[in-house]
Write a protein of this length. Sequence first.
Lengths: 121, 81, 254
Amino acid sequence: MNWSRIFQNLNYAVSLLLFLMGLYTLAMKPNLIKKIMGLNILETSVFLFIVSIGMVDSGQAPVMAHGAAQQVVVNPIPQALILTGIVVAVSTTAVSLSLCIRIHQKYGSLDACEILGREVA
Amino acid sequence: MNWTLNLVLLTFLVGTAFAMIMLKDLLAAAVVFSAYSLIMAIMWSQLRAPDLALTEAAVGAGVTTVLFVITIFRTVRKENR
Amino acid sequence: MKKLFVILALAALGVVLLWVVGKMPEMGDSRTPDKTHVVPRYIEDGVKEAGAENLITDVILNYRGYDTMGEVAVIFSALCAVIALLDREKRGVSRSAVDASQVRSSRIVRVTVRILFPVIFLFAVYLILHGENSAGGGFQGGAVIGASIIVFTLVFTLIESTRDIPLTLRVILESLSVLTFLAVGFIGVFKGVEFLTYILPGLSPGVAGALRSQVFMMSIEIAIGVAVGAIFTSIVFAMIKEENFELEPHIPEP
């Protein structure tokens, strides 16, 4: 383990931690709304990781001013892709939450174990 | 990038995510989710991504939180276990 | 038991990934491979080739136009899925729980929203129209439009919101983005260049670089902004409306 490099890349390490927390919620919490919240944490952690890769120290935001010759800017591609990702994330959240409403109307519960009729692990 | 501010923001991110996972009251968890998105928006502006900061502030803290609150209002508020 | 197993598996995954983080190049380094291959061309020639000073707008609408068209289709299909599950609101019949309850929002909230709503909406329009030269663009402005209308709906009633933004209007606005994208993309095809190459019908490809894409990018931005705002609004309306009120909160007489 290269601890000094991990400490320099603190954003990567924290997004890794958030990823694991989201995955834990997705796997272990029986409540469906809680699972969707975990999915949102997972998504944002990946977004944070990818945008952090594109970061350049002393770089400006990727908006080129009029006539500026050599401007140091951060990498625009990850930001454009993550902009797509954020909007897709809210779409999936909306669809899964409407599914939650329908499931509650049919089964009267949002507990995954209760709906499936299984014993609690 | 301001190193101290970065550290504070990352700490708050992990803290709010942990609170969101641990809270049994789903409405409280939805409000904490709003705070999480807002901190993420500040984080984007620290990473020189103003477009992402705008989108995250409007979508994460606005639309998604409202969707969660509506769903909780129409279903159940408490998590059983 | 299962919990312990899951935590152990996640810890193993975390150790492996943390080892990878230790091997990765330092954050903020400008000489990593992801910043030395395609990106320099985008940064140097992006404004000339694609026509917008905001490089993110360049990448979204021009270099990666297919991605954005897919994304617009994804939002539209999300709306279709929500409507298939929950149905549209019916005018005059559907109410939200806020409409049904006898408790009104406090005067402070109502006055604040009434003052702030036009300002937020104006900011959203600025974001859409000025997205080529500064931070902002169709998706950002559309999200802000959606959020402002949602705040209005939560504070005032769903009945009032559906009167101001009726279903017939929203049906047109929602489908605007994909159709505009396809229409603008096919103009280039009929001129003999690739799909999603933005050129004006009167000009040959490659001439008048600024003119050829600015008009089309602006029209696509406006279409995306309006459509994203309408789609978010429709999703929230579909989720907030209820038809039957057996569980109506009963307010006792004072």
